[in-house]
Design a protein around this ligand. Structure first.
Ligand code: XMP
Length: 326
């Protein structure tokens, strides 16, 4: 008879036993899995754990703050924030190829995390208690998927902290590796992880970087972030969050469209809404959102984000379309 509180207790006890007096680090991404893993290990070993959040500037509006403030307030984790926004912009400058973007983001992420981990090792690990463990939010489906090694999961190179260089030589702690997503959410709520994080829809590691079709710039990120915030606000207001698997908002940055906004003709950019329904992201269908919700989103985006003069809806299932545009 599965209860979240019994499961949380058992997992906390296991981690405590395994780590003993050792030290651990955990990379936070803002997503559900790493947050719950971090909260769980914090519960087990307190400030023997240091969490690292690499702010790559590709998150949606409010998400970095949720990690830096709300998550810390709710769980008491010791958090190191690395502001790497400019570093990622520089590394991505002029790059529009999707796989190239993923490689760059993955590489910069690992470099930054590795640097932070080394700093923590030298600052906080003493001779008796070097940082020995790395916490990962691996779930049961991830274990199964990476064991298989074939299929749709390999069509795109997914970046995760898993690709850390060998010379760091941490032992892995994966407290969630026997759980499914819904169980992770229950355990997270049990541990006091904020609801906005626990119920977050899937969001790709490379973030908004692969939702700008074209090269990533600070200005384009601002435009997309504003449009995405509006779409999320309206979907939430309509009570649709749990009906939708996720709703990428995509900026066609290299496409321009003509519009009439305010006093005159504009030459702006189209935005694509990509709401999908899915069980596991392997297949998906486009969500039949109510017209009035679509109208509200479209009206607000074109009014409030002056660079966007057209909102379009993606009505493609997966396959043949992937959920993300890149
Ligand atoms: P696609 O676009 O392949 O997406 O239908 C399937 C699911 O995976 C997410 N996704 C990613 N997640 N790194 C990630 O961590 C990635 O590079 C990546 N690409 C896609 C996507 O949001 C969807 O949930």
């Amino acid at each position: 008879n599965w209860t979240a509180s019994a499961m949380a207790e058992e997992l906390v006890a296991e981690v405590k036993q395994r780590v003993g007096a050792g030290r651990a680090i955990c990379g936070l991404s803002g997503g559900v899995d790493s947050s719950v893993a971090g909260a769980l290990v914090q519960k087990a070993i307190g400030d023997q754990l240091t969490c690292v959040f690499v702010d790559h500037g590709l998150l949606r509006e409010g998400e970095a703050e949720q990690v830096e403030k709300d998550f810390v307030a709710a769980t008491g984790v010791d958090l190191v924030v690395v502001d790497a926004r400019q570093q990622f912009l520089d590394a991505l400058a002029g790059v529009s190829d999707p796989e190239q973007k993923r490689k760059i983001i993955g590489r910069e992420f690992i470099r930054t995390f590795e640097r932070a981990a080394r700093d923590i090792v030298s600052d906080r690990g003493d001779e008796q208690h070097p940082v020995e463990f790395l916490v990962q939010g691996t779930l049961y489906p991830d274990v199964v998927e990476s064991g298989g090694g074939t299929g749709a999961a390999n069509i795109k190179s997914h970046h995760n902290v898993g690709g850390l260089p060998d010379d760091l030589q941490f032992k892995l702690i994966e407290p969630l590796r026997s759980l499914f997503k819904d169980e992770v959410r229950q355990v997270g709520l049990e541990l006091g992880v904020p609801e906005e994080i626990v119920w977050r829809q899937p969001f790709p590691g490379p973030g908004l970087g692969i939702r700008i079709i074209g090269a990533v710039t600070a200005e384009r990120l601002e435009i997309l972030r504003a449009a995405d915030r509006i779409a999320r606000e309206e979907l939430t207001a309509a009570g649709l969050d749990r009906d939708i698997w996720q709703c990428p908002v995509v900026l066609l940055a290299d496409v321009r469209s003509v519009g009439v906004q305010g006093d005159g003709r504009t030459y702006g950019h189209p935005i694509v809404l990509r709401p999908v329904s899915s069980e596991d992201a392997m297949t998906a269908d486009w969500t039949r959102l109510p017209y009035d919700v679509l109208a509200k989103i479209s009206g607000r985006i074109t009014n409030e984000v002056s660079e966007v003069n057209r909102v379009t809806l993606d009505v493609t299932s997966k396959p043949p379309g992937t959920i993300e545009w890149e």
